[in-house]
Each structure stands twice: as C-alpha cells, then as structure tokens.
Design a protein around this ligand. Structure first.
Ligand code: 2E4
Ligand code: SF4
Length: 315
C-alpha cells in the first residue's frame, strides 16, 4: 500500500525571538559563571521543554523571591517584573540578574516617562499575564488602567476628566485586535498619545504576518507553543481568523490532533516566540513516520535582531 502524501508549509519567521534567546542565554551563562543552583522567578519563557532543559542544568524555578535562599543568584523572567520585585531583592541583599526583554523594558520606561509628564495611562493587555503585572507595577497602584477589549475602550473614563491620556500595550497582542481597540480609544479621545514606536514587538508582528500568509494556503495548521504563552495563543487566533478552520496549539509532537487533521493535505506549521526549533523538528518527524511529506518554507520576512547580554555576564 502506498504511503499517503502530506505537504508541510513552515512559517518563516517562527519560534525563538531575540528576547527569548537572550533570556535563555542569561540562565545558561549564570549557571556557568556562578554554578548551580541558579534560581529563576517564574518560567524564564512560557515553554515546558525550555524550562525542563534548564532544570536539568541546575536552574530552579520559583514563583516568588521568598523561595530563594539568600546567597543564590536569582533571575527575573523575560516577561518583566513590577518595581517591587528588584526592590525586595535589594532590601534582602540578593544577587539578581534581570532577563526582561529589552522591548518590554522599553514599555516600562515609556510608562515612567508619561507618568512624569503628568499623563494618565492606559495599558492594553490581558489581565493576570506576568508582562501586564510587570508593566502595571512600574507605577504606583491605580496609576495605569487596563483595557482588554473594544468594549472596555468604549466604556473607559479617565480618572480625572480632561486629563491628557497615553496608551501602552503588551508586546504580544494581536496586531489586528489592538488596532480596533486603539481606534475606539482615538474615537473617544482624539488627543490620546500613542507609543513613539509600536509596543507590539517586531517578533510578534512578524510571526502573525507569517501565520496569516500560511493560513491562506493551508487546510490545517499547528502552532507549537504553550497555552500560557500569549504570543502563541495569538498565532492560533490569527490563523483561524484568516481562513484556516482547523488550527491547533500543540506543545510537542505527542499533542498532534491527528483526527482534526484527517483529510487535510496541506498543513501549516508555526511556532511561538518561546518554542524551540527542536520541537518543530519533532513535529515534522512525527508526520514523516505516518506520511510521505514534502516540506516548503513560506518566508514573509527576515529577522536579524539580537540583544546584548547584561554586563555582568559578558565575557
Ligand atoms: C516576554 C515578552 O508573553 P508571552 O506569554 O507570549 O511569553 P512567552 O514566554 O511565550 O514568549 C516570550 C516572551 C517573553 C514574549 N514577550
Ligand atoms: Fe521581546 Fe518580542 Fe520576544 Fe517578547 S516576543 S521576548 S517582546 S522580542
């Protein structure tokens, strides 16, 4: 019997962004320089495979600083932290290294600048996400209002009527949905100040554009990523909204929903910014075991962004 054929289309860019690459390197280099154990507050990036790999090398993941012994180094995750976190580390005389993505830190500084200028701030983002907690926590409680939806934008009222408003966003939002929210805010508050350069980062924007293109060409799509990964979840939504009905988030090959993909001949594969290429390879391998596969890459943009490591880890 002949083996059925499947065409796999791989999105490019996909997977690791510069901020994730840097954050993982920070943990690895800290382990090399200071020895295990090295503590990490929160998953360094939202991916079990990455976390477990670092655990094997001696990283210990914790939720809060009080779980860290006083003399061990502690790393803050790529998503950023509220000001209270480094403040607590300092007051306890802990040695910490901040792996916050520089593009998240940029949003933190924007928040501070607007606040100093006396503006009232709106953050567009998802409640409870660590990046949102970190960005809101750059200022005193209550200084930043969270807007999650177009409806929230429509009903938003400034704390001080007539205040000069500015908005910021989480870095991993849906480009299209955020546009709608911003439009609603502008309709209500024509003078609202926007970020000088978009807060939704280059990696989020490029991965969504690639997923859109892929969705037009595929009858099924897999997004490799974790359910708590905001940018990965947005890729699933983008694919569904742009013409691909059968889309699934998979953490790794074992999760591939073969039933859902039954009858699909062209299958798109992409990966969130926190998903390593090994997992893409693992998924391709699983297809190769069942089908005769042909693989094609659909390139929508090239990336060449890199970020420097913190000075303490530079060679
Ligand atoms: C920091 C900022 O934010 P998200 O849930 O998408 O995080 P994840 O760890 O999946 O991706 C890396 C990252 C980290 C993205 N933006
Ligand atoms: Fe930084 Fe963007 Fe990557 Fe988040 S997705 S870590 S903001 S480069």
């Amino acid at each position: 019997m002949s083996v059925p054929e499947k065409k796999l289309l791989l999105a490019a860019p996909r997977g690791f962004c510069a901020g994730v690459d840097r954050a993982i390197q920070i943990v690895e280099k800290t382990l090399e320089k200071y020895g295990a154990p090295v503590y990490v507050r929160h998953e360094i990036v939202h991916n079990r495979y990455v976390v477990e790999n670092l655990e094997q090398k001696g990283a210990v993941f914790v939720d809060e600083l009080n779980e860290v012994p006083k003399d061990a180094p502690v790393i803050f995750s790529a998503h950023g932290v509220a000001k209270s976190v480094p403040a607590e580390a300092e007051s306890r005389q802990m040695f910490y290294i901040d792996a916050t993505c520089p593009l998240v830190s940029k949003v933190h500084r924007e928040a501070e600048r607007h606040d100093k200028d006396g503006m009232e701030l709106i953050l567009i983002g998802h409640k409870g996400h660590p990046e949102v907690i970190g960005t809101m926590g750059q200022l005193e409680e209550g200084r930043i209002s969270l807007v999650e939806t177009v409806e929230d934008a429509a009903s938003f009222e400034p704390r001080q009527p007539g205040a000069q408003l500015a908005y910021l966003t989480q870095t991993t939002l849906s480009v299209d949905e955020t546009k709608d929210i911003v439009e609603k805010l502008r309709e209500k508050f024509p003078d609202i100040a926007s970020p000088k350069k978009e807060d939704i980062c280059y990696a989020t924007t490029n991965r969504q554009a690639a997923a859109k293109k892929l969705a037009e060409k595929c009858d099924g799509m897999l997004v490799i990523g974790a359910p708590n990964s905001s940018n990965s979840m947005r890729l699933v939504e983008v694919a569904k909204k742009n013409g691909c009905e059968r889309v699934s988030l998979v953490q790794r090959a074992a999760d591939i929903p073969w039933d859902l993909l039954e009858g699909c001949n062209v299958i798109g594969i992409t990966a969130g910014a926190s998903a390593p290429e090994t997992l893409v390879e693992e998924v391709i391998e699983a297809f190769s075991k069942r089908f005769t596969v042909s693989i094609e890459e659909v390139v929508t943009s090239e990336e060449n962004v890199t970020f420097k490591l913190p000075r303490v880890l530079e060679n």
